[in-house]
Design a binder for this molecule. Structure first.
Ligand code: 4UV
Length: 527
């Protein structure tokens, strides 16, 4: 039995993302601040943002970039990110956002897979960008530098021919999904616009809100929830290029921030760090946590210390990304008189339908009369479900079924009102501080070590309960130490992908088809 969102459907806007956000800007909105950097104070009004976006689109068009092309964006959270991101779309192209922590080799891999021939970046990342371009046979001419000093160009945007927002891919973020290495997730203009519209009544962002944007815009959470939803509401975004607690607290105080989007590691700092008491954080009215499970006691400690409601949202790159949220309106008061516990991920967003399916039997699990249901895999259908994985029809078919349901690979329980509690992950994916780590990528890398004959990687909890990647390694060399294995990986991957624990084993448990039996590895871990 499927269950629908308890919210009334919202109207799904027709236009592409650029027109949806910028076409209706009224004269009174042009002088409002859209983005301001917490670090440099650099600022863009809605008027200068739109002018910059149009000028950037014109510049790309003059370089020959147009429909069918993909442009890579390697940029931290600075106001110019929005200029580049939204400038690529009216040029008719697709944006593939690259994690700023990526090594040159990882960036090159994404350039190759996505087919991007142009890379937009900032001076600070130009050397990684240059190395990556060199690897794929492109030279510096393929780079477009976005500098704070660069005045927004004032050229009019290129005339965009008619296009179908439900067909044209707007962004191509990378996600490993339920299995394997990272893949390009094709999100259309319609997907992104729909998710902003579905979120609007539930997020309750207003034009007088000030949102602190420390979660990266290159990840779909930052892109849709922080950047695009705030722009749609005509609110103000305070950008932070990286998390550091004093700058974060100072920014909340100085900019009178009202709304925070966080991932659980930031909740730990807000609940526990003594520095929090030294700042005036009374401007805050809402905190949304997502990207990984938030512990009930931890969330409650943040809510109590800051006197601000803390609610969870649940999302996945393949869902543009949000499918569930505890409504922020009414201070998280809930639905149908039911206040969700902080540990709950919330109710399905408007215009979506869910199913809960027993992964062993395929049987559907219905809503319980009271309490929580049995656990099942969460399936989601709605206008925010991706078009598919780029160049990967088989994996697309395994994830997205013929009825339009996306199989999330997450195990959930649900209450009688349809409020979802994520209880476990049945897919391979590991989350380190909210960042995706694909075991298949680390396993392939470990196998390139001359002394490693077999390897498997799973997520385990460290002493603080934080999920970390752990490698199981088979070697014939008794001198190979855990440290050497960790150093070998660390030298070749972005820091969040490091292997942080190693166990030497005689053999990796595998099925008769040669698939790693991760469940078996997991069940041998101390809890
Ligand atoms: O693909 P991804 O990296 O995507 C995300 C997106 C999270 C968002 C986005 C917007 C929001 O407003 C919001 O609240 C959350 O993380 O990783 C997808 C996987 O991350 C885990 C789960 O395993 C997904 O399949 N995950 C995401 N949110 C939660 C979560 C959560 N609230 N609780 C437990 N696991």
């Amino acid at each position: 039995m499927s269950f629908a969102s308890p919210h009334a459907d919202v109207e799904l806007p027709d236009p592409g993302l650029h027109a949806y956000l910028f076409a209706g800007l009224g004269p009174a909105e042009l002088d409002r601040v859209a983005l301001v950097s917490a670090e440099s104070g650099e600022m863009l009004t809605y008027g200068s943002l739109r002018a910059g976006v149009d000028g950037f689109a014109a510049e790309l068009a003059a370089r020959g970039v147009g429909p069918g092309d993909t442009v890579a964006l390697l940029c931290p959270n600075v106001p110019a990110f929005a200029v580049a991101f939204h400038g690529i779309l009216p040029a008719g192209a697709t944006v593939t956002t690259v994690n700023v922590l990526s090594t040159a080799a990882e960036t090159a891999k994404q350039l190759t897979d996505s087919g991007a021939r142009t890379l937009v970046t900032v001076t600070a990342l130009a050397s990684t960008a240059g190395e990556a371009l060199g690897t794929v046979g492109l030279d510096a001419a393929a780079t477009l530098l976005l500098d704070a000093e660069r005045p927004p160009a004032s050229a009019p945007a290129p005339a965009l021919g008619r296009f179908d927002p439900a067909e044209r891919v707007a962004v191509l973020p990378y996600s490993s999904g339920t299995t394997g290495v990272p893949k390009g997730v094709m999100l259309t203009h319609r997907n992104l616009v729909a998710n902003i519209a579905q979120l609007a009544p539930v997020l309750d962002l207003r034009s007088d809100d000030v949102v602190l944007a420390v979660l990266p815009f290159f990840h779909i959470y930052g892109m849709t929830a922080l950047m695009n939803s705030t722009l749609a509401a005509r609110g103000r975004i305070v950008t932070m290029a990286r998390f550091d607690l004093p700058t974060f607290l100072e920014a909340v105080q100085r900019h009178r921030v009202t709304y925070l989007f966080i991932a659980p590691p930031i909740a730990v700092a807000l609940a526990k760090h003594p520095l929090v008491d030294s700042y005036d954080l009374t401007s805050l009215r809402a905190i949304v946590s997502g990207a990984a499970p938030l512990d009930e006691d931890l969330g409650a400690a943040v809510a109590q210390r800051l006197s601000v409601p803390v609610v969870q949202g649940y999302g996945m790159t393949e869902l543009s990304p949000v499918s569930h949220l505890v409504p922020v309106a009414d201070g998280g008061a809930g639905i149908a008189g039911r206040r969700a516990p902080i540990a709950a991920s919330g109710w399905p967003l408007p215009n979506t339908v869910n199913k809960l399916v027993d992964p062993a039997t395929g049987a559907e699990i219905g809503l319980p009369v009271d309490g929580l249901s049995e656990p099942g895999e969460l399936w989601v259908r709605g206008p925010n479900v991706m078009a598919g994985y780029l160049g990967n029809p088989e994996t697309t078919a395994e994830t997205l079924d013929a009825d339009g349901f996306l199989h999330t690979g997450d195990l959930a329980r649900v209450d009688s009102t349809g409020c979802v509690h994520i209880v476990d992950r049945i897919k391979e994916l590991i989350k380190y501080k909210g960042y995706q780590v694909a075991p298949a990528e680390l396993e392939a890398l470990l196998l390139t070590h001359p002394d490693i004959t077999d390897a498997a990687v799973i997520g385990v909890a460290d002493a603080e309960g934080e999920e970390i990647p752990k490698a199981f390694v088979v070697t014939g060399d008794p001198a190979l130490s855990a440290e050497r294995v960790m150093e070998f990986v660390a030298a070749q991957v972005a820091p969040y992908k490091k292997v942080r624990a190693v166990e030497f084993v005689a053999a990796i448990p595998k099925s008769s088809a040669g698939k790693i039996l991760r469940k078996e590895l997991r069940s041998n871990q101390p809890v």
